[in-house]
Design a protein around this ligand. Structure first.
Ligand SMILES: [Zn+2]
Length: 474
């Protein structure tokens, strides 16, 4: 007998959208079939009127992460035990966090520490990008093939320090020589580069200039982390990728210039992918001027209406492949603690809202197809980062990670709709449709506005399909 049957819903599968029943055996999807054709199951969920989508894949989070904006204090973002509650409620069943490797730490040891921290602490499944920071010794790069082999094939680099220098703040930027070395290694061994691309010189020079001019209020952030910086760095990174053969995943694309650089590279057949944040698709630089303006900030910076239009265009058609959060969960007090461009707390709290906001803003308001919705919230991130087809697909053999969205829900989001920390940037937003049931590997983890079960999330080993690394496939 089947364990679980989800019947009567509109299922969004790689083969299209239709009224199909979904059968689950153990942790996997056993069949997707015409209504009424599957045998009885131990439990049946009636999904009539609901849309059944693959569990969300959140490709960019920083949980249990040292907060570098307030270097005098040793503060951390909320950990997986707290933040992944919100992911479960919001329909995200897998997240990819970061393992930061600084000089002095070797790659496998850094990965092991992070894996240990997550074990038994996450409500949803997970993996880690390996972030290569600062002046790493060259021999550290020899460990890249080994960690790819262990199931961690994505390597994050920062082309710029995002904050002004401070004696207690470790540098994150890595030089382009080392980026080239990392690219050569990933290209040869089946990995991908995840790049935070901003121009270090421009950003740091502007911090200095704005300080001298006394222009430190937050509304200056888009003039420091500006559009030209994104243009220069995206294009420089793409040239380096062309020279080395590496595939590139640009995290948190924020400007039209970034979208255009990626589109041109893809038109030349390069395996280049852009992520944006539903945050950048929701807010603009104007929001910095509102009373709690800093609660909308996330690096690089909020941009302008023309940038937002380009991001939506890429999400709706092609060229922007994924939506992420850059999750950086803190209290509202901590998020608003900084008062200037130099000490604003970056990052964002939004993983819980991601699926619901992209549904309302994309599908309902802008006519995004349900197939495209599943791609930009789940399958594309799964493909690019090597989780597909185990994650990101409603198909036989895939993990039974399923989310029921109720398109009939109309509500104004309030504090009580969220389950992490004490604020959401989307409080007060009107939504049409919201996730109501979340299933992780065959087990119902959210139903009837209740979180069920324990922190049973597992580490998922990743391997990227070579086709993803050869040409732009999604
Ligand atoms: Zn980030």
């Amino acid at each position: 007998m089947l364990d679980l049957l989800i019947g009567g819903g509109q299922a969004v599968t790689p083969d299209g959208v239709g009224q199909w029943d979904i059968a689950v055996e153990g942790e996997r999807i056993a069949a997707v079939a015409l209504p009424g054709t599957l045998p009885a199951a131990g439990r049946t969920i009636d999904a009539t009127g609901k849309i059944v989508v693959p569990g969300g894949v959140e490709p960019h989070t920083h949980l249990a992460h040292l907060i570098t904006m307030h270097p005098e204090e040793k503060l951390y973002t909320l950990g997986p035990e707290e933040d992944t509650r919100g992911m479960a409620f919001g329909g995200t069943t897998t997240h990819v966090d970061f393992c930061f490797v600084r000089p002095g730490l070797d790659l496998p040891a850094a990965v092991e520490q992070r894996v240990f921290r997550w074990r038994g602490s996450s409500h949803v499944d997970y993996s880690f990008h390996v972030a290569l920071l600062g002046a790493l010794p060259l021999k550290a790069f020899d460990q890249i093939p080994e960690v790819i082999q262990q199931g961690f094939p994505s390597f994050k680099v920062f082309t710029a320090d995002i904050l002004p220098p401070h004696p207690k703040r470790p540098a994150s930027r890595i030089d382009f020589g080392r980026i080239q070395l990392a690219m050569e290694k990933v290209a040869a061994h089946g990995g991908i580069m995840a790049v935070h691309a901003e121009d270090h010189d421009i950003v740091q020079f502007l911090y200095e200039k704005f300080r001298e001019e006394g222009r430190l209020e937050g509304s200056n952030l888009p003039l420091i982390h500006n559009k030209l910086s994104e243009l220069l760095s995206f294009r420089r990174t793409i040239q380096l990728a062309a020279a080395t053969g590496a595939a590139v995943y640009f995290v948190h694309t924020s400007a039209r210039e970034g979208v255009e650089a990626v589109a041109e590279a893809r038109a030349r057949g390069m395996p280049v992918y852009a992520e944006t944040l539903h945050h950048y698709a929701s807010f603009t630089a104007e929001d910095y001027k509102s009373p709690r303006g800093f609660c909308y900030h996330t690096y690089p910076s909020l941009k302008f209406p023309e940038d937002q239009a380009a991001l939506w265009d890429g999400l709706l058609r092609d060229g922007v492949s994924t939506t992420a959060t850059d999750e950086y969960p803190t209290s509202l007090e901590l998020k608003l603690r900084g008062k200037t461009v130099e000490d604003v707390t970056g990052g964002n709290l939004g993983a819980e809202a991601r699926m619901g906001i992209v549904f309302t803003e994309g599908v309902v308001k802008r006519g995004m197809s349900l197939e495209r919705f599943a791609q930009v919230t789940a399958s594309n991130a799964a493909r690019i980062l090597g989780l597909y087809p185990r994650k990101g697909a409603i198909a036989p053999g895939s993990d039974a990670d399923l989310v029921l969205i109720d398109p009939a829900i109309r509500k104004r989001l309030a504090r009580e709709d969220f389950h992490v920390s004490d604020y959401s940037p989307w409080e007060g937003w009107e939504v049409s449709g919201w996730p109501v049931t979340t299933i992780l590997r065959g087990k119902v983890i959210v139903e009837g506005q209740r979180l069920l079960g324990a922190t049973d999330g597992q580490l998922i080993p990743r391997r990227i399909d070579p086709v993803v690394l050869r040409r732009p496939v999604c």
